[in-house]
Design a protein around this ligand. Structure first.
Ligand code: PHE
Length: 461
């Protein structure tokens, strides 16, 4: 059975899991929430959240998958805890929900890559006076374009996942991740010469004021960015070799994810701070769309922008692709492991179903008034797209993450987790610290988030 499932090599596992972690969350979401939270202190709190909550749960997910060699639903059954397989179902559902809108944003990055290539070829100066905000909102409300790019992205995703673990996911991660790092480094090095570089560094690393909602947002984002709480890492862990070290691999994945998030901020803020204060003002009203409105224009004001702009959107598309692959794999692995479908059948059918469901999100950005104004949670969300993101980031991932921490912290006995974590690593001196974080720190931090969402109306999208 395990031969048929396929296995990642050591580097393959780290790159595939880092590919899952590094995505729109790092390049698109992290910079704008950092900007909204005034930089400095938020970055520190975020780093603490990664270390104290993200890293321990990452190890917990990997060992569940690796010790059972199964995707989430079957994994809990294999561990003789059939009731916990509800957590697996929650993960499959979450993968479905996230991918349906994630793929829509990924579609935008493809569109902007194509746009930038054409701008670069035709000389951006001819369009420099264009109103990119208006252009972007026209694009958002163009239903055909939204569905088209969402469909294109899903088709690429389906093609890769259909090829399986070694031939599809591992191969693409081994190719795309190094390319992504090279592009990212090139852009980061380039930002050193921009006028805004120094201000960007100060903004990012100089402690500002601290507030509780910052803590909540940092912990919430730690789940999203590390792909935790929905079984993606359990599933990838199930393809990991028993001879590889879990703590080291988890550490590498968290480190890569964090480096990409920080470099993305440096790149974006250097560009943003290069523009004089006055011009900057007002440009950030809708910070979520910065990447598609303010940024392209600013890129073209930099030396080399003609090359850097398309490169940047290519980088983001790649990052989104390796994350989306892991989302689809969670759903597909369930149908393969639990319902014994063939990989090809599971990938094509589920990919199409997710695409179809995603159409609702694609049309909720202005094309359909009904879908765009749907408010199932009162004033907390508006439209299908927004609602899906709200559900996933605020509920599904934190609840899933908390249950995983409780499961590995409390339900699995000390001797069992010690053996699981030491396999392939050797003696793990920090076992007790890790267990403590899972038992107390993670559930309390997450419980607090959920409490705040229910009672004080904090949201993270
Ligand atoms: N980690 C991905 C990102 O940062 C998103 C993701 C979440 C992927 C959950 C898989 C599972 O963009």
């Amino acid at each position: 059975m395990s031969d048929k499932r396929g296995n990642f090599g050591r580097v393959g596992f780290i790159l595939a899991a880092a590919g899952s972690a590094v995505g729109l969350g790092n390049i698109w979401k992290f910079p704008y929430i950092t900007y909204e939270n005034d930089g400095g202190s938020f970055v520190l709190v975020y780093l603490a959240a990664i270390l104290l909550v993200g890293f321990p749960i990452m190890m917990a997910e990997i060992i569940i998958g690796r010790s059972t060699q199964k995707s989430p639903v079957s994994a809990f059954i294999a561990m003789n805890k059939p009731r916990w397989s509800a957590l697996g179902y929650l993960g499959v559902f979450t993968g479905f929900v996230i991918l349906s809108y994630y793929s829509v944003v990924a579609g935008w990055t493809i569109q902007y890559f194509i746009k930038c290539v054409s701008w670069s070829l035709h000389g951006f100066t001819s369009v420099i006076d264009q109103n990119l905000e208006a252009e972007f909102s026209t694009f958002l409300s163009n239903g055909t374009a939204q569905i088209g790019f969402h469909g294109l992205f899903m088709a690429i995703n389906i093609l890769i996942v259909a090829f399986g673990i070694e031939n599809g996911i591992e191969r693409i991660a081994k190719f795309l991740m190094p390319v992504l790092f090279v592009i990212l480094l090139a852009l980061a090095v380039n930002s050193y010469w921009t006028r805004g570089f120094q201000s960007a560094i100060v903004f990012l690393f100089k402690p500002s004021k601290l507030n509780p909602s910052m803590l909540l947002e940092a912990v919430g984002h730690a789940f999203f960015t590390l792909s935790l709480g929905m079984g993606a890492i359990i599933t990838y862990g199930s393809y990991m070799k028993k001879s590889d070290s879990v703590p080291k691999s988890a550490g590498m994945i968290c480190l890569m994810d964090t480096v990409v998030a920080l470099l993305s901020c440096i790149i974006m803020f250097s560009i943003i701070f290069s523009v004089p204060e006055l011009e900057r003002e007002g440009q950030f009203a809708k910070s979520v769309v910065i990447m598609f409105t303010t940024l392209p224009k600013m890129f073209y004001q930099l030396p080399g922008g003609i090359v850097l702009a398309p490169l940047f959107y290519l980088l983001v598309s790649f990052a989104a692709l390796t994350s989306a692959i892991s989302l689809l794999e969670v759903v597909v692995a369930y149908f393969i492991d639990h319902l014994h479908w063939s990989r090809i059948k599971a990938t094509i059918i589920q990919g199409i179903v997710i695409f179809a469901f995603g159409i609702l999100a694609a049309l909720s950005l202005g094309h359909s008034t009904g879908l765009s104004q749907w408010k199932p949670f009162g004033d907390r969300t508006e439209g299908v797209f927004d609602t899906m993101d709200y559900l996933a980031s605020n509920w599904l991932l934190p609840v899933g993450g908390m249950l995983i921490a409780v499961f590995v912290g409390w339900v699995l006995k000390k001797a069992a987790t010690k053996q699981m974590i030491e396999e392939g690593h050797g003696s793990f001196a920090l076992h007790a610290v890790w267990k403590f974080l899972l038992r107390f720190v993670c559930p309390l931090a997450i419980g607090w988030i959920i409490y705040a969402i229910i009672f004080s109306g904090v949201t993270f999208n």
